[in-house]
Design a protein around this ligand. Structure first.
Ligand SMILES: [Zn+2]
Length: 393
């Protein structure tokens, strides 16, 4: 473990202690003081501007009682509930959601992070004002115009455009400056799926034995020009774009540059920068052109090891964790890796087994998707509470 990583882990520890101090009224001191970055438990949760106070109270109380320390609260899920006009893209809905949740999170000693969709931006005002910022596939179709995978929300900004970076930096900054918020969490910080996770092909009605042009992005003018300038080749003329290392690298780097700028912005406000990434580093590069082991300026990266969506056996949770940790080490990346587990793929009788598997393979803490999924499963809260206690013994 590098020195930098230790410093960051120390920083997280300090924050946990602060959260713990405020939570002593709601959970026992013995339980609280045993939390370290290694045994920190996170969970994703969604929020709306219409979420009533009683729902915030209930969710944070349940999370706190179970031993969850930090919540990644979805405040921008693609469709903002309040739209500004094209002169102000300020995400007032996201800000309102965070502000209304914060006092409740604080009351129960939960560290709160603002979770936003990043490259995938569905806001209609933006699509209308700047449709040219959106990604284009190898057939020349813009995802501002077509419903990719028949999903209305699949609208993705081109990472090569400086305007994209500036727009997203502003969205991140307006959240990161909220007092009391612990961090900003970036989701959908990737390209659209060149290949969907294998377990989803049947339900989405697609056949993807390789990368096909309609799902291969970004061939917009800016990207084509930049690549042509660098290599003398128009990527549209490549016979097999996926096998062209330089073209793949160009796209990985374009995304990594945006991620790095956003991580830097979050940290400049003194907040924890984190991102949700695909399950394993190599699969991520292939499926969604996301080279996350090279993302810089992040404190925590959360690979979403939702293994059954990939038709993976249970032991792949540990394997993917190990692959991620090793890739970070190989790239001298000081970010911590915290494995994200899909509650629906983790039977309540076996929660501890999955937790141990992730930790034994190098995960720093555990993250669960999601509080809502836990709520849906009878007896899961009780089983989770026991598993978290055991995790900290
Ligand atoms: Zn582009």
């Amino acid at each position: 473990m590098s020195i930098v990583k230790n410093i960051i882990a120390g920083g997280l520890s300090v924050l946990i202690s602060a959260a713990v101090l405020t939570s002593l009224s709601s959970c026992s001191q013995k339980e609280a003081v045993s939390v370290t970055p290694e045994t920190k438990v996170w969970a994703w949760m969604s929020g709306k501007t219409t979420t009533p106070d009683r729902r915030w109270r209930r969710s944070f109380r349940k999370a706190s009682r179970a031993g969850i320390n930090a919540v990644l609260l979805e405040c921008h899920g693609g469709y903002p509930e309040i739209l500004g006009d094209s002169s102000s893209f300020r995400d007032s809905a996201a800000i309102r959601i965070i502000r209304s949740a914060l006092p409740h999170a604080e009351r129960y000693g939960i560290e709160l992070h603002a979770w936003i969709w990043t490259i995938n931006r569905t806001e209609k005002n933006l699509r209308k004002a700047h449709s040219e910022w959106y990604q284009v596939n190898a057939l020349g179709e813009s995802c501002a115009d077509i419903k990719l995978y028949n999903r209305e929300h699949y609208r993705w900004l081109c990472p090569s455009r400086k305007e994209t970076e500036e727009y997203l930096r502003n969205r991140v900054a307006e959240l990161a400056e909220i007092r009391g918020l612990a961090g900003v969490h970036l989701d959908f910080i990737r390209y659209p799926d060149a290949i969907l996770p294998y377990g989803l092909h049947e339900s989405r009605g697609v056949f993807q034995d390789k990368v096909y042009p309609r799902w291969d992005f970004c061939y917009c003018e800016v990207c084509r020009d930049a690549f042509r300038e660098r290599t003398g080749t128009d990527p549209l003329e490549l016979e097999d774009p996926t096998s062209c290392e330089a073209w793949m690298q160009y796209r990985w780097d374009a995304l990594t540059n945006v991620a790095n700028a956003l991580g830097k912005e979050i940290r400049s406000h003194g907040k924890i920068a984190s991102a949700a990434v695909f399950a394993s580093p190599e699969e991520s590069k292939k499926l969604v052109r996301q080279d996350w082991a090279n993302f810089r300026n992040f404190d925590v990266l959360f690979p979403m090891i939702y293994h059954r969506f990939y038709n993976w056996p249970d032991e792949m949770v540990g394997t993917a964790t190990r692959q991620g940790v090793r890739a970070l080490e190989r790239n001298d990346n000081p970010a911590s890796l915290c494995s994200g587990l899909f509650v629906g793929h983790v039977p309540k009788q076996r929660i501890s087994e999955f937790f141990d598997d992730a930790r034994d393979n190098g995960s720093t803490g555990i993250c669960l998707f999601s509080l809502e999924k836990i709520d849906e499963k009878w007896g899961y809260w009780r089983a989770l509470r026991k598993a978290i206690r055991r995790f900290r013994e």
